[in-house]
Ligand binder design. Structure first.
Ligand SMILES: [Zn+2]
Length: 541
């Protein structure tokens, strides 16, 4: 392993390559970065918000579309929204931010299986080194492998190049500087500010090291457990994404008979995107489960931090119900545990008598994997379940980050601990609930947050005044993300603003009856209709 201690500028477009008549940049400052330079503001050019590929400017200036900075990670279309110099600028920004946060500048990086991911990573690494980060590169990897690397290689920071389940053409980076957490809106906001204003600080001390055979260390860590005793046939669906290189092997090593499905790496994604929320992938999993009479189908997303499940009948089980099943299983081993659950999830975490028997405490929290992960850590919960399929197992089950392979192992071990029951039977053993689909009434972006605020206030006042809600007392109000009103019998309704559309989001569920679900929907809708800004639903019950 060699540490390269100096950083060299990427060759820039030679003047003779410039097409005739192209705009020549008069006096753009030259970027000279080396690790011997002392800290200080750099003259690195300010990223542009749009540039046309195949032009002089595109090859001479960083392109970073501001919308790529999202609440808890970053995603861009490459090369339309970010070019390699823009990725380098992002690396400079990450290094600058890590130092600003006062964190030890050791960082793990890796890349997912896409045609351009490794070039993105090397551009990112060059920027991070110039900003004084000591980079350990684990090569082709899943996101949870990079998170594991933060512990295994003792690095506080991570920058994993991945666009997760997104279409080909997308790239992105998942970042963190406080394991096992990833960046939230504060860090992402500051990162965007640094990058878009070119407020970089170059520092000496940057280094690069390639960590050989890292996947073996990750796999050894995951599979260092007793083999399962039950004979289980498991479909491992990978959508031709990165997980294909690791998931079937891990499941085999813990003692499963594995039926691989689209496990050959192919970054053209010839069958469907590696996304277990995608119906195409779910159908393929269901077909293969039925055809091979498998016990369960487990599907992994492109960067392996999520796992979707179909039972032995080929039926999809939604992530929140899988969460309840795992909570039932884990709370037998670890009574009186806390589970963090996102507000869109089933109310069974509170009302299920099995969970009550084991003293389970449920904490409903803000939707978004970064929020749930943070909350699990804050409360020292045993696990956190996000409805999109990000599961966070804390000590002693996991290290607090989302790992789709560990989720798969938890499901397999649950089946192993219930040898007389199929996956479908374990699911049917849950109390029945009557749930609505996600219903979205129109509401303009400019007013939707104020409307939700009024709705929250209205319900808060109702609870304070002891008023009844759909004929019941209000047992609980969760206002971390819109409002989730919970009636005495456990029936609940959620109102929140959509994070990406001019809509509100309304969901209701009852553990009692369909009639109670409908009553609760009427009660929620009555409060909503006090606001003239709320329009028609896309669908209702
Ligand atoms: Zn993912």
């Amino acid at each position: 392993m060699t540490a390269i201690e100096t950083f060299k500028q990427r060759p820039s477009a030679a003047a003779c390559d410039r097409p005739e008549g192209a705009f020549a940049l008069a006096s753009e400052p030259r970027y000279v970065a080396s690790s011997s330079q002392s800290p200080g503001p750099t003259m690195y050019p300010k990223p542009q918000s749009s540039l046309r590929p195949n032009t002089y400017e595109f090859e001479s200036l960083p392109l970073v579309k501001p919308t790529g900075f999202r609440e808890y990670d970053a995603r861009w279309l490459f090369p339309d929204e970010i070019n390699l110099m823009g990725v380098q600028a992002l690396g400079l920004g990450i290094g600058t931010l890590v130092h600003e946060m006062g964190v030890r500048p050791d960082l793990v990086t890796g890349h997912d299986f896409r045609g351009y991911s490794s070039s993105i990573k090397y551009a990112l690494v060059s920027g991070m080194m110039a900003a004084g980060l000591r980079v350990k590169d684990i090569g082709l990897a899943l996101s949870p492998m990079a998170y594991f690397g933060q512990f295994e290689l003792d690095c506080p920071c991570v920058a994993m190049v991945t666009a997760s389940h997104n279409d080909n053409g997308w790239t992105g980076v998942k970042m963190g500087a406080n394991r096992p957490m990833t960046f939230g809106p504060d860090e992402m906001g500051r990162l965007a500010e640094i990058v878009l204003n070119a407020a970089f600080k170059l520092r000496p001390g940057g280094a690069y090291e390639f960590v050989a055979n890292f996947p073996e260390r990750y796999i050894a860590d995951l599979t260092n457990r007793p083999k399962i005793k039950r004979k289980l046939k498991v479909v491992a669906a990978c959508g031709n994404g990165t997980a294909g290189a690791f998931a079937p092997r891990v499941l085999e090593m813990i003692g499963c008979e594995v039926v691989p499905l689209d496990a050959e790496l192919d970054y053209t994604f010839p069958n469907y995107n590696p996304n277990p929320e995608d119906l195409k992938m779910l159908h393929a999993m269901a077909d293969r489960v039925i055809e091979t009479q498998a016990d369960v189908g487990l599907g992994f997303d492109g960067d392996g931090d999520r796992c979707g499940v179909v039972d032995n009948d080929g039926e999809e089980i939604f992530a929140d119900k899988i969460g309840v099943m795992l909570a039932r299983d884990l709370s037998q081993l670890h009574p009186n545990s806390t589970f963090v659950v996102d507000v869109k999830s089933t109310g069974l975490f509170v009302t299920d008598p099995e969970l009550q028997k084991h003293g389970v405490k449920a904490d409903y929290w803000k939707t978004g994997h970064s929020y749930i992960k943070r909350r699990v850590n804050e409360l020292n919960a045993l696990a956190g379940f996000e409805k999109s399929g990000h599961f966070f197992f804390n000590k002693p089950v996991g290290r607090g980050y989302d790992d789709g392979l560990l989720t798969a192992i938890a499901i397999v071990e649950m089946l192993d601990r219930n040898p007389g029951k199929s996956m479908a039977e374990l699911y049917q053993a849950l109390p029945k609930t009557w749930g609505s689909p996600t219903m979205a009434p129109r509401c303009a972006d400019e007013v939707k947050y104020q409307v939700v605020e009024r709705v929250v206030k209205r319900f808060t006042a109702m609870k304070a005044a002891g008023q009844r809600f759909a004929g019941q007392g209000i047992r609980d109000l969760v206002t971390v993300n819109g409002v989730r009103v919970v009636a005495d019998d456990g029936t609940w309704g959620l109102v929140r603003a959509s994070s990406n559309k001019p809509e509100l989001v309304v969901v209701v569920e009852s553990p009692v009856s369909e009639a109670r679900m409908r009553e609760t929907f009427q009660a929620v809708d009555t409060v909503l209709r006090e606001n003239p800004e709320v329009g028609a639903y896309n669908q209702t019950i």
